[in-house]
Design a protein around this ligand. Sequence first.
Ligand code: AMP
Ligand code: GLY
Length: 430
Amino acid sequence: MKILMVGNGGREHALLWKLRQDAPTAMFYATRPNPGMEPLAESVDVAPTDVDGLATWAEGNQITLTVVGPEIPLACGIGDAFRQRGLPLFGPSSSASRIESSKAFAKDLMEKLEVPTAAYRTFTKWPDAEAFISETGGPLVVKASGLAGGKGAIVCPTTEEALEAAREILKEERFGNAGSEIVIEEFMEGEELSVFGITDGRHVVLLLPSQDHKRVGEGDTGPNTGGMGAYAPVPSIRPGLMREVRETIFLPILDGMEAAATPFRGLLYAGLMLTAQGARVVEFNCRFGDPEAQVVIPMMDSSLLGLMVTVARGGSIADGECHWREGAALNTVLASEGYPGDYETGREIKIPAELEHRDDLLLFHAGTRREDGRLVTAGGRVLSVVGLGKDLEEARGRSLEGADAIGFEGKLFRKDIGWRALTALENQEA
Ligand code: AMP
Ligand code: GLY
């Protein structure tokens, strides 16, 4: 078997790590792998967005499975380019991936299918947005409709902040073209949950729910980022919730997309808010979450590859299952000071040897590169430090131990990943 991984961040490192365990004798390739992925896969020097170039390469090299990590190649039509040539690829078509690449499309779909989500309006013109915000009043959430690397949603407690956010996106083009349309939403209150479903377009295998930490600062303060850490499982989930999520969210969306001739095959990610009225959708993504994949995947105790191959070949996963190990995983993201704004790169990273090759601590690389034989920072999110343990407390201890021990100038990380769950557990014990 020959497997190509498209993408080179922390999520793709985790996927590659798992697929290699599932298929120890397979040959692995990755597009421009980061230094952590390098020992696991041969490098393919084609950009993930060069979808025809990658399809030609995969055809020439008789690749049996291609797995796509990030959303941009999917939005660019990598799924369509591969399927046109009969090449098995795990990931949706470009039209199905609009569920992520156009928030306006996703909201309209949810409204039509009566999937629970925040009330919303879409705007392309500043005066209309201004009038709506002034009339409705805060709190509101203002979002660029297009892809903005997880940074395009601005939670605005007041009317003035909502006006400012809408003005910045529509008039000052803060997110460029991604913000030519905006979505203004009702503010939802509750805890967030990330649920991944592997789907063949009709059936879905839901994975272990996880919780991301989107804000850059401790106590969930400061601007939104791509995600500063995550943990799984989430202990506060009430009985019946996953069934509700399957029946009120995943299945209606899959049926609706199939009926519209844009079936979704691949990984559908529902970002949820657990409100007093039940689970409501914050957003959908057309791929695994990052940094959530780095905790969900290591908890998997059954083959991921088997499900991916079936879906990529157009088969049915009606009987598909996933099994999970005992215990918990917690990921602390090490980022570059300044992220999600501007930051420096090229800072040398020191990883103590005792952190490598441990069963209870995994390091997944994201924004790293080699420079003159040294490992240096190359992005906003640099490394995922994943602790595994018998419970969340133990997993957190290991993750923090690793996060403290790794050194680079301007290292930024949250020490409080998992705080909601850990506080709730402490209260239960008291
Ligand atoms: P999004 O890019 O849509 O996933 O939004 C990023 C983050 O903004 C979410 O993970 C939430 O923390 C927050 N957010 C987005 N929409 C809402 C909403 N309607 N109500 C409350 N918080 C929201
Ligand atoms: N962690 C959020 C995302 O991957 O979109």
